[in-house]
Design a protein around this ligand. Structure first.
Ligand SMILES: Nc1ncnc2c1ncn2[C@@H]1O[C@H](COP(=O)(O)OP(=O)(O)OP(=O)(O)O)[C@@H](O)[C@H]1O
Ligand SMILES: [Mg+2]
Length: 252
């Protein structure tokens, strides 16, 4: 579904990502891990068009998208969340979601002005979609609270729900569990797995090893811009290079 080939990004003297090649299979929950500064967020920025590669290619469903802008990539079916919590205004969680859905409207403004059946139907569909997302992400009880008053962890969950408003084929999540308490983490991981079970593809950057190992089908390990290893959780957790990268030389 998504393939990167020899993907490289330099910032001046620093090579943040160095000839990284791997593939995210359709319908998988794929983990991207690695110590701080290993190039994970840079990878997301390259894939979603926020940064240009220094060299190498990003291939989405057979098409080279290395030079595409973020809005075009989003239209191709990718959505992402950002590492730092979004700042929400005083709108409720429900209204945030409705606005995000309306940004996707298909019917023309004219159809909406004239209350044509297509526009009315679409409006109804959006309300149903938002209701479903609120339920699915455990936000139904706080749906009408101003989002800026929600606890940080709940705001992060809302950020993931917002990314789903475009019904992306690939969802890229940059440390969605950071700042969540253990109960919220377990709940969000269940939700992510259920999205995978429903056919969505997810690429997840996360430092919480337990969550990654339990939930992911496949894991790619980066270290200082290099791809260290890749495989299923059992393979990756036993790989000496991974252990070295995480626990230091002696443990390996
Ligand atoms: N816009 C930029 N300009 C210069 N250097 C950058 C830029 N973005 C990232 N870097 C550098 O590239 C390297 C990789 O950073 P990146 O944010 O991709 O790491 P990360 O794996 O996401 O780390 P973390 O786990 O801390 O989020 C770091 O050394 C970082 O300082
Ligand atoms: Mg990062």
């Amino acid at each position: 579904m998504l393939r990167v080939h020899e993907l490289t990004r330099r910032f001046g003297q620093l090579t943040a990502l160095d000839r990284v090649s791997f593939e995210v299979a359709q319908g998988s929950l794929h983990g991207l891990i690695g110590p701080n500064g290993s190039g994970k967020t840079t990878f997301f920025n390259l894939v979603t068009g926020f940064l240009r590669p220094s060299s190498g290619r990003v291939i989405w469903q057979g098409q080279d998208i290395s030079a595409c802008k973020p809005h075009r990539i989003s239209r191709l079916g990718m959505a992402r969340t950002f590492q730092n919590t979004s700042n929400f205004a005083s709108l409720s969680a429900r209204d945030n979601l409705l606005i995000a859905c309306r940004n996707q409207v298909r019917s023309s403004a004219v159809a909406r002005l004239l209350h044509l059946a297509s526009a009315v139907r679409e409006e109804r569909e959006q309300l149903i979609l938002v209701g479903g997302l609120l339920e699915r992400f455990g936000l139904a009880e706080v749906a009408d609270v101003p989002a800026c008053e929600l606890p940080g962890g709940t705001q992060k969950v809302l950020g993931v729900a917002l990314a789903m408003c475009t019904a992306p084929r690939l969802l890229l999540l940059d440390e969605p569990l950071a700042g969540l308490n253990p109960g919220e983490k377990a709940q969000l991981m269940l939700t992510l797995r259920s999205l995978r079970d429903d056919g969505f593809t997810l690429l997840l950057i996360e430092h919480d090893m337990k969550a990654i190992m339990q939930a992911c089908d496949r894991i790619t390990v980066l270290c200082y811009g290099h791809l260290l290893t890749e495989g299923d959780p059992a393979h990756v957790s036993q790989h000496p290079e991974t252990i070295r990268a995480y626990l230091g030389e002696e443990a390996a």
